[in-house]
Design a protein around this ligand. Structure first.
Ligand code: MLT
Length: 259
């Protein structure tokens, strides 16, 4: 088990395999364990690094509000501590927002980008208000209503029961105060279209064709911004395509990393 102390907090990460570094950042409201099919099958020649964002999984929360930039700063501190000057940086949904924040903070660290079931747009006013309502609801009543409303959107209706069970377990493992703070953090993220249009490295955009949160159109918009981007649409997967179609996802990632 690996922890990095950052500002007196313990930041937990998984570091599996040897070779070209790939940092994968998890979505909301999950933990790094939500990359289990990738952690169990790291391609030869790849070093997969998967942190828990502060407050999630085994990473301590620390003081103050959460922000997407703060999550990205932790991930950058981890790369620095591991002496990784450049990595492929990827993320699922909120993890994608964090990958974009990391790119904004230090483009020199990002060799390739992998954006999975995510989007480049900021929230509009209605979206921000929804985030605040989610935060208040979770703070006052706990996670039940979020699990009830969000779980069916995270996964396609045909997702395996075992995946559904494990995703629910991960959602329920996070402190409601952290979930509320992360909801507010997502509302504060900027638009990243200009940032992505300036990214000159190789990029991979993956989306489930049944993604109900960041649908295929969002992935197409993302891919169109980046010159030469590869786009993979995983048939029948929902918002957590890396869990719902793990073999196809892993094959797409391995192929992207190998070229
Ligand atoms: C996620 O999966 O990380 C969230 O659904 C992202 C979002 O709500 O924008």
């Amino acid at each position: 088990m690996s922890f990095l102390p950052i500002d007196g907090r313990a930041y937990h990460y998984r570091d599996v395999g040897q070779g070209r570094p790939v940092l994968l950042l998890h979505g909301f409201p999950l933990t790094g364990a939500s990359f289990w099919p990738q952690l169990d099958a790291v391609p030869k020649g790849v070093r997969l690094i998967v942190p828990d964002h502060r407050g999630f999984g085994q990473s301590a929360r620390g003081e103050g509000p959460l922000s997407i930039d703060g999550f990205a700063a932790d991930a950058l501190a981890l790369l620095e501590a591991l002496k990784i000057s450049q990595a492929t940086v990827g993320g699922v949904s909120m993890g994608g927002y964090i990958a974009m924040a990391l790119l904004r903070a230090d483009p020199s660290r990002v060799d390739r980008l992998v954006l999975i079931d995510t989007q480049c747009n900021a929230d509009d006013e209605a979206g921000k208000a929804k985030r605040e309502a989610t935060a208040v609801e979770v703070e006052t009543t706990g996670l039940d209503s979020l699990v009830e409303t969000m779980l069916p959107k995270l996964l396609a209706s045909k997702a395996p029961d075992e995946v559904r069970r494990r995703v629910e377990e991960l959602m329920r493992s996070v402190d409601p105060k952290t979930v509320a703070a992360a909801s507010r953090a997502m509302a504060g993220r900027p638009d990243s279209r200009e940032l992505l249009s300036r990214f000159a490295g190789p990029s991979l955009v993956v989306v489930g064709t049944e993604d109900a949160i960041t649908p295929v159109a969002k992935a197409r918009e993302l891919a169109a911004l980046m010159a030469g981007s590869r786009r993979v649409e995983l048939e029948g997967a929902g918002h957590l395509s890396n869990l719902e179609k793990p073999e196809a996802f892993n094959a797409a990632l391995a192929e992207f990393l190998a070229f």
